[in-house]
Design a protein around this ligand. Structure first.
Ligand code: BEZ
Length: 261
């Protein structure tokens, strides 16, 4: 069942249980990003786009004090229930500020949702102490291009070209994003742009992915059309995204570590 969008812009109503059960790989892959963050005992760390809180939970286990932020109230509520000792705030990544400066800002699988990316970079920079760290991973140039191209093609063939042309995600190249960071007060100390094919949960992997993450494209269409499009996309990407009996999303990640100058 598709979820409905409750606000303008990129704010969706998330089914947090489905997110944790079918899309748990989001946090699983984020766990090794914590190694790059290298949180220290007593540090104050912001988890930007904390989702259901699992990575904030892991960071706090390492002795840091964590504040999680997410623009979805459903995610914030779920995170508060799972990790009552951690503070989770309902705020936007492109419009936030805190009284106390952070030692580090950490962000996993969030920044591709933030179309106001320059404002987000400015907020992150303002939130950090001098020499504070920004460690992030999100979709880079080419991310999920097989799935998105198939989805756009299926929409256009049914007369929904305006829907197909919407700008939903920001998948920058490495040079674009590192330049933006440099122009906005950061020194980039690590950057990588790499493929990470990601195994999806079950036989309905692509369909579930589209229903969870493709909401912006599908939300206003009749139910039968949605089913038809989802089936069409699945058939189109079978050759590229189905291997040895498993569905994969063709994720391409941008991983960054930068220091506030
Ligand atoms: C990602 O994690 O790369 C992603 C997730 C949902 C939609 C688009 C990209």
């Amino acid at each position: 069942m598709l979820q409905t969008i409750i606000e303008n812009g990129l704010s969706m109503k998330w089914d947090t249980k489905l997110y944790d059960s079918n899309h748990g790989f989001v946090s699983k892959y984020g766990a090794d990003l914590i190694d790059l963050l290298d949180p220290k005992e007593g540090e104050l760390i912001l988890d930007l786009g904390a989702g259901t809180g699992d990575l904030a939970g892991l960071i706090s286990q390492q002795g840091a004090k964590v504040i999680g932020l997410d623009n979805s109230m459903e995610m914030v509520q779920s995170a508060r229930e799972k990790y009552p000792h951690i503070r989770f705030d309902h705020k936007h990544a492109h419009d936030f500020s805190y009284d106390r400066p952070f030692d580090a800002v950490f962000s996993n699988a969030t920044l591709h949702w933030v179309l106001d990316y320059e404002k987000a970079i400015a907020c992150i920079c303002n939130a950090l102490k001098p020499k504070g760290r920004f460690v992030a991973e999100f979709g880079g140039k080419g991310n999920v291009s097989c799935i998105i191209n198939a989805l756009k093609d299926a929409l256009c063939r049914r007369g929904y070209s305006e829907t197909a042309d919407q700008r939903v995600w920001y998948f920058p190249s490495l040079s674009e994003y590192t330049s933006l960071l440099e122009q906005n007060g950061f020194r980039v100390v690590f950057a990588a742009h790499f493929d990470r094919e990601t195994q999806l949960a079950d036989d309905n992997g692509i369909k579930n992915w589209l229903q969870m993450f493709g909401q912006y494209y599908l939300q206003n269409l009749p139910r039968e059309t949605i089913q038809d499009i989802v089936n069409d996309v699945e058939e189109q990407v079978r050759e590229t995204n189905f291997k040895n009996g498993q569905w994969y999303a063709d994720y391409v990640r941008l991983r960054i570590a930068a220091v506030k100058e």
